[in-house]
Ligand binder design. Sequence first.
Ligand code: HBI
Ligand code: FE
Length: 289
Amino acid sequence: MARLPLAPTQSDVKLRGDYANAATDFRVGQNYAAYTDDEHAIWRTLYARQSTLLNEHAAPEFIAGLRLLDVDPQRIPVLDEASERLKRLTGFEVIGVPGLIPEADFFAHLAERRFPVTVWMRRRDELDYLVEPDLFHDFFGHLPMLAHTVFANFVQAYGAVGTRARHPAALKMLARLYWYTVEFGLVASPRGLRAYGAGILSSSGETVYALRASGPARIGFDLARVLRTNYLIDAYQKTYFVLDDIEQLFDSVLAADFDALFAQAGELPAYEPDARLPTDQPIRSAAFS
Ligand code: HBI
Ligand code: FE
């Protein structure tokens, strides 16, 4: 039986998944036959809603990845089939998990090129918002970018750094990096400002907000700045960081001396989610360009 995930950042969330039947590395089988017709219909609704937004809002790499995965818009995907396809594309495997898992186990999977996907679907009253990641968020939001080699390499490298991180301050910084890139990242693509973050692209509200709203700041990606910036888990973001291209993500993280960054930023105060710094490089939103 698996331990319950109780990372400091997650301890206030009451988790829904079936952790009692998970393996020690938190894997669970998908039990595909147990999905109800209504759960398949929820997938269909969410897929249809997001796919109409992708052409104008998603990074070209995300759109290409979704196509390569050949996902059925009508039915909940079979994780083992997606895993085979993704393995051929970038060597990443897909494994089922009951939901959020402890940071250390999460990092270990990423470092081994395994991406954990929650096996349960949100309820119909949660189409727009839910606290925990579900199958739609994990699968539709995350897997398309993992079909991109450079992005997949970044996620593995991130996991490897994570498995070496010990101090709570270092783990906090790594959580911020994940949040502002893998979950809520934007990129200045040749087609204009686009989203590649799974938290954005699995939410119809935030997809439009992140790219078009006048409220949030969109600033050039700066690793040291990101590592110091707190984030909101229960509201649209106040700040989005914009990559020049996906390669910048891998390059900046590969070049980073994380031990030095952890030591340095650990002594400095954090920035609030809505902090505006003189060094920030504003990127105009698609609505104003
Ligand atoms: N577990 N299943 C799952 N999915 C996540 O995105 C996830 C997690 N555990 C920890 C975690 N994310 C965060 O702590 C990241 O910042 C690493
Ligand atoms: Fe996620």
